[in-house]
Design a protein around this ligand. Structure first.
Ligand SMILES: Nc1nc2c(c(=O)[nH]1)N[C@H]1C(S)=C(S)[C@@H](COP(=O)(O)OP(=O)(O)OC[C@H]3O[C@@H](n4cnc5c(=O)[nH]c(N)nc54)[C@H](O)[C@@H]3O)O[C@H]1N2
Ligand SMILES: Nc1nc2c(c(=O)[nH]1)N[C@H]1C(S)=C(S)[C@@H](COP(=O)(O)OP(=O)(O)OC[C@H]3O[C@@H](n4cnc5c(=O)[nH]c(N)nc54)[C@H](O)[C@@H]3O)O[C@H]1N2
Ligand SMILES: [Mo]
Length: 768
């Protein structure tokens, strides 16, 4: 303890961005020993002839802009372009049992994988093997399984369109739709919820809409850390006086104050710009109550205005011409009591009055949202209530207005577009038949939760991962780790070692891939790949760095190698030809998905092109051809919350991590340095439990079924924090231990990472 504060905990008074961000980048470059390579790489990020920044999926002003500085983009790039290497010598030195004891940061910090590796049981080590040997073993094992549905094919959202398309082609030719995907843990609630509301599972706005909007609603996302290039947009909006209304249990610094590193005046004068014009700290899981409360008050104001002879506050022209379901929605919302709304949201009468006044005074509103909305038992319903709120005022499908989900991984949206889905529709199956002359299976495959369950039950025998860190990203490591360890075969295509790789199956193989920043040379020459951002813009990405070793292959080349070894000449797919020149993959994408017409021509124009979003022009591809107001039953009540002393745990990202990749142990804007073993609690909740700041605490899941053992996380310290009573927060993935695999949104399969019912008590030996 120092100044009464636990070690590493202090106030960070500065705005987000600014010199603090520049200093952090300099430090990252130095730590990753990439002062030259990394620095040149930074200058090529999101340039017309450069690569797409793997940091986030926020669009770039047409990929034509001058260098846009972004601290966490810089970390993502330097982390990949590091000069550290996890060579066969490294694996000879460290057994798997030893590596298992390393923390997640140290594992990836070993550096880039350089050779294909296979686990050798006698020595308990990974040893190198040739590409052909690796492909043969994988092909043989996959062919020997009696049923293709016994294999799970995971995708993490960094994979390019070309890699993802070839992967789904291979998997469907092999004969299954088992496509667990990081999207299942992320924006699936959007992909499932919005098509029912507005006929498309993607956002409806373009970047230029932010220039025309007169209000931005930000709900459940933390752009200063996770979508840093969005800060430029918010900074500009705020400077021109557009109000920004934030709903978040935590007061995220970048949503309060931001100094743009590209603004010479702010940098020189140490000044900053306020971002949020109003900030509402709702309780975690209070979003349905919030949205129903706002709509309830809008209906009350509407009734009052009509009674006074006015025309009301709803956009009736839009509602009549375009929507159905208003009456049901009104009945549901009017039947919800204010008392319940206040209790569940944690917001009071005044907050609703001011938020609704702001909303109604804007003609053009954009609502941006992230994981705070989707990762709940009712994630899909929250997304739909947000669409309702916008539709009441016609805020979808007009300039300066719309819904804007902030996607996670830089190409998670594109991977879905080109066929990574466990529920193929007939357009996809027809398209594949058109392009490749065979009809793939149509039965629903496994999503991420179902994949883990099938592995655990012994029904699935093999797992192939196109990137990611599946077992660590999913809830309940006791379960997910055991599931992978039961397999006959685990294969990981990866840039760096991580914990999922150390979960040893009967056969475990690591295949090192080229990253975004690496030059990718195939038979026809140097290749570009393509990606789709959060606003459906598709553009090219071309790496230029010399790859970390001569033995790496690109993801498309590895997928083709596995496909040939598994399928032989089945369906006559010319795998080598496709890989020799990625234009040929794109030609096939265009045949399967007609939306990509003239793909190779259009993607060569600077900035690329936008995929069609019919809802953006008020064309609704729903079953009834209308935009639908949808109701959500109740207010997301979870029985476990009535347990004495129940708290809602929300698990979030620090400023120094990229999902399970831990760059460093700092969470600068929240004032946490050099540690991640913290849980943020309000003073009242601490006092009620006899906890003082710095005490060691146990965090235990609430389980109403007496036979199930509770999940418990120990060794965390309590930090007194400005957070609503009843809500506590801590970091992912450390706290995945207290989240149950069975706790997911039944509509989308998304785990309830932002709403785990827990109790917290002082640990028996409470001093660290
Ligand atoms: N640097 C960096 N960039 C990233 C990532 C990363 O880890 N690091 N991850 C990428 C990926 S895959 C994704 S999905 C995105 C994630 O981007 P975000 O969605 O911003 O991610 P989270 O940290 O999970 O933050 C969620 C925010 O929601 C708030 N919140 C928590 N619970 C609730 C709730 O119940 N209701 C509401 N309204 N708010 C709540 C939290 O306080 C936090 O501010 O970022 C992408 N970009
Ligand atoms: N409690 C809790 N859990 C969560 C979340 C949460 O908010 N709270 N968020 C969820 C979300 S939104 C997501 S998206 C998932 C993330 O789940 P994943 O996408 O599975 O996890 P990542 O941590 O992004 O994966 C990191 C690994 O990807 C590999 N990698 C990096 N770049 C490349 C590349 O270019 N190619 C290949 N082949 N491999 C590469 C590296 O080996 C690295 O170790 O986690 C989910 N889990
Ligand atoms: Mo994500």
């Amino acid at each position: 303890m120092k100044d009464g504060k636990p070690e590493g905990i202090r106030d960070y008074g500065a705005p987000a961005g600014g010199w603090g961000a520049l200093k952090a980048v300099a430090r990252t470059l130095k730590e990753q020993q990439v002062v030259f390579r990394g620095a040149t790489a930074l200058l090529k990020a999101n340039q017309p002839d450069g690569f797409d920044c793997p940091g986030c999926a926020w669009p770039d002003p047409n990929h034509t802009s001058a260098f846009e500085f972004c601290e966490n983009g810089a970390k993502a790039i330097t982390w990949e372009s590091t000069s550290k290497r996890a060579t066969p010598e490294f694996f000879a030195e460290h057994s798997v049992s030893e590596l298992w004891k390393w923390d997640d940061h140290s594992l990836e910090d070993a550096g880039r994988l350089t050779m294909p590796l296979i686990y050798d049981r006698p020595s308990d080590r990974f040893i190198s093997l040739s590409w052909n040997a690796a492909f043969d073993i994988i092909g043989q094992t996959l062919r020997d399984l009696p049923d293709p549905n016994m294999v799970e094919f995971y995708t993490s959202g960094r994979a390019s369109n070309e890699a993802a398309f070839l992967y789904q082609l291979f998997v469907r030719a092999y004969g299954t739709n088992n496509f667990p995907d990081c999207s299942n843990m992320c924006h699936e609630a959007t992909s499932v919820g919005l098509p029912k509301s507005i006929g498309v599972g993607k956002g409806t706005v373009e970047l230029r809409d932010f220039d025309d909007c007169d209000l931005i609603i930000s709900i459940g996302h933390n752009p200063g850390t996770n979508h840093p290039r969005m800060m430029t947009t918010l900074h500009e909006a705020s400077k021109r006086g557009a109000p920004i209304m934030v709903f978040n249990p935590l007061r995220e610094r970048a949503l309060e104050r931001f100094a743009a590193p590209q603004d010479p005046v702010e940098m020189a004068t140490l000044s900053s710009t306020s971002i949020a014009s109003s900030y509402y700290q709702l309780k975690a899981g209070g979003d349905i109550a919030l949205l129903k409360g706002m709509m309830k008050l809008i209906f009350e104001r509407d009734d009052a205005d009509l009674a006074a002879g006015g025309t009301g506050v709803l956009d009736r022209e839009f509602i009549v011409a375009h929507t159905v379901g208003l009456e049901d929605l009104q009945n549901d919302v009017k039947g919800t009591s204010w008392e319940d709304i206040y209790r569940k949201s944690g917001l009071g009468h005044d907050a609703f009055e001011s938020a609704v006044t702001t909303y109604l005074s804007a003609e053009r509103v954009i609502a941006c949202y992230g994981m705070g909305v989707t990762q709940h038992l009712t994630g899909t319903e929250v997304v739909q209530q947000l669409a309702n709120l916008l539709m009441l005022r016609g805020n979808i499908g007009k300039t300066g207005a719309g819904i804007c989900p902030l996607r996670g991984h830089s190409n998670v949206q594109g991977d879905r577009t080109v066929g990574i889905t466990e529920i193929p529709n007939s357009a996809l199956l027809d398209g594949i038949e058109r392009a490749f002359g065979f009809r793939p299976p149509s039965e629903k495959g496994h999503n991420a939760v179902e994949a883990i369950e099938a592995m655990l039950a012994g029904k699935s025998r093999a797992l192939v991962c196109l990137g990611g860190n599946l077992a660590v990203a999913m809830p309940d490591p006791d379960v997910t780790f055991a599931a992978v360890r039961k397999l006959d075969l685990a294969v990981h295509l990866a840039t760096k070692p991580n914990r999922s790789h150390l979960l040893i199956a009967k056969t475990t193989i690591l295949l090192p891939v080229l990253g975004r920043t690496d030059q990718d040379v195939q038979l026809s020459g140097s290749q570009s790949v393509t990606v789709e951002d959060s606003m459906s813009m598709v553009h090219a990405s071309k790496g230029f760095l010399k790859p970390p070793s001569d033995h790496l292959k690109s993801e498309p080349a590895i997928i083709a190698g596995i496909a040939k070894a598994t399928l032989g000449t089945l369906h006559d797919i010319a795998w080598d030809d496709l890989v020799a020149n990625y234009d040929r993959i794109r030609d096939r994408i265009e045949i399967v998905f007609p939306d990509f017409r003239e793909f190779n021509t259009r993607v060569r124009k600077p900035g690329g092109f936008r995929l069609d979003i019919p809802a953006s022009r008020r064309e609704w591809r729903t079953a009834n051809g209308k935009a639908n107001f949808l109701t959500a039953r109740g207010l997301d009540e979870d029985q476990r919350m009535s347990f004495p002393e129940a708290l809602v745990l929300t698990t979030i990202r620090s400023h120094g991590q990229y999902n399970t990749t831990i760059y460093n142990l700092d969470d600068r804007y929240r004032g946490v340095f050099g540690r991640r073993d913290v849980v943020f609690m309000c003073k009242h909740d601490m006092e009620a439990r006899g906890i003082t700041e710095g005490d060691r605490v146990d965090i235990t899941s609430i389980n109403l079924r007496p036979q199930a053992a509770p999940r418990k996380a120990s060794g965390f310290i309590a930090i007194e924090y400005n957070i609503p009573q009843g809500t506590v927060a801590g970091y992912y993935p450390e706290l995945n231990r207290v989240i149950a695999l069975a706790d997911y949104d039944p509509h989308s399969g998304t785990p309830a990472y932002k709403g785990a019912p827990v109790t917290i008590s002082k640990a028996l030996s409470s001093h660290p």
